[in-house]
Design a protein around this ligand. Sequence first.
Ligand SMILES: N[C@@H](CCC(=O)N[C@@H](CS)C(=O)NCC(=O)O)C(=O)O
Length: 291
Amino acid sequence: MSICSQKIRGALFQIGVPFASSELIIMPPLSENYAAEYVELRMSSAIARSRPFVSGYTGSSSVENEGFDPLAVPTLVDHHRGEAVADSRLIAAYLDILSGGALVPLQWQNQVWSEIAIVDAIPHAGLFYGANPDGDHRPELIRAGMQGAHSKKIELVSKRLEGLPAESSLRSAYRHKIIKEEAGREFISRPANMRGIIESTKSTIAKLDLRLAGGGGDRLVPEGLTLADIFWGVSLFRLLYLGYDWMWKDCSNVAGYAECLFTSPAIQNGVINWPGHPPGERIERWQRSGG
Ligand SMILES: N[C@@H](CCC(=O)N[C@@H](CS)C(=O)NCC(=O)O)C(=O)O
């Protein structure tokens, strides 16, 4: 269910490289992503060394806004090169290079990366964990699962931190995760914050509609399915699943674009019909029966 992992699976399906998915249960009480072995793997990535750890919460999970979360997914392991790559944006760039530029056409680099930055900044975490104070349309499974989720995560990370040796280099990583989760708990408890991120997301969708209109209605760039389309497909599908599709009720270009993305093999295989995606009333028509 991790939206950042969905982006990467979409990209992997698009370029058609073989991959294995080591699925971690990221929600309490298991939170397998808090295991020291996993955090150590993630800490071996280049971005872990070049960016400050996460230290706050804005509702999005972008490294640009929040810093690097050392206890999150996804992490790509390239077994040929013996290298771990973290953060969905960087992993996507890595896959583009690996595929010889199949995801980001050279002449559309600027447009594609600027769209990806926009999607990365959408406050998906806040919209997933927090309720819309003016009508919560998230599926019951999510509503129930997110009750007290930040507190449960803080408890689990704190236990893991206590169990680390005093000299462990991972201590700071765990401490920062606690800071982030505390800030997240505080953030989503305030209706004004929730209204703010809902409003900003709605405005991001309206601007997408205008850019699509400029491109003829159903394309951001006139060339195949790019990484920007994959990121948008994942993002719009998540908003639909959470009951936020009213945001494009008056945006006919976005509505048509979403329909086109949801039927693409990358989004179908990497997201909608990836085993384990929970069913939902709003997404039923996009899911293969028994998928
Ligand atoms: N900027 C990172 C964000 C990673 C992230 O926030 N991952 C979420 C799932 S989308 C996660 O691991 N959540 C579980 C947790 O925080 O415990 C990326 O794009 O890869």
